[in-house]
Design a protein. Structure first.
Length: 213
């Protein structure tokens, strides 16, 4: 992405507020000659920031701006957008987990051990499948039905929202536990947050709202 100069940023703001606008009118607003302004307009047009039409003038390229916002947003780190994880102990009963799921209105619970390390993931489907059996849900621990390492798809705080979206789509899951490695131990992670499809959806909504503004 081209880094714009202060003058080029000023030109973009002028065109955004007054477009369509001719090169002559832009030059007058900046107290410049058209010759001095020409290289900046060429850069802004070639980079896609501006559109130009003969005998009409320059337009601000809304589509380019929206793509740039999307790119910038999706390359933000997961740590800036992660939500608080809803956790249960791995010895928690399936019945209590179902109650917790509905009280928190989430689609996934995370099971942790006594040190807060991620032990498993329990989805709505897991709980529904268990509740359809003839077992006593008060006596059945979630450790029996949860997904365990190394089958849990995780993401670390330094990865991006784009990488999170790719993992969820590729693995057909609705959320990811945000984790940190523990002293280089294999498959041992400290649970620090969660990222969901709702997080990604909100990202695109924010982009569209900014574009509308």
């Amino acid at each position: 992405m081209i880094k714009l100069s202060k003058r080029q940023d000023e030109i973009l703001q002028i065109v955004k507020q007054n477009g369509p606008i001719t090169g002559k009118e832009i030059a007058e607003k900046l107290s410049l000659t058209r010759a001095a302004l020409r290289p900046d307009l060429a850069i802004l047009t070639m980079s896609g920031n501006l559109d130009a039409r003969p005998r009409v003038g320059y337009f601000f390229n809304d589509n380019y701006a929206a793509r740039r916002k999307a790119k910038n947003y999706l390359h933000q780190n997961v740590t800036d957008y992660k939500a608080h994880p809803i956790v249960v102990g791995k010895s928690t009963s399936v019945y209590d987990a179902i109650v917790q799921l509905f009280l928190e209105d989430v689609g996934t619970l995370y099971a942790v051990d006594s040190e807060g390390h991620l032990a498993g993931v329990i989805s709505r489907k897991d709980l529904l499948r268990a509740s359809l059996g003839n077992r006593n849900l008060n006596e059945l621990p979630v450790s029996v039905i949860m997904t365990r390492m190394p089958n849990i798809i995780t993401i670390n705080p330094e990865e991006t929202l784009l990488e999170a979206a790719k993992k969820m789509i590729h693995n057909h899951i609705d959320s990811l536990p945000v984790v940190k490695e523990v002293d280089q131990q294999t498959n041992t992670y400290l649970l620090v947050g969660r990222i969901t499809k709702t997080t990604i959806t909100r990202a695109y909504l924010e982009i569209m709202e900014e574009k509308a503004d």
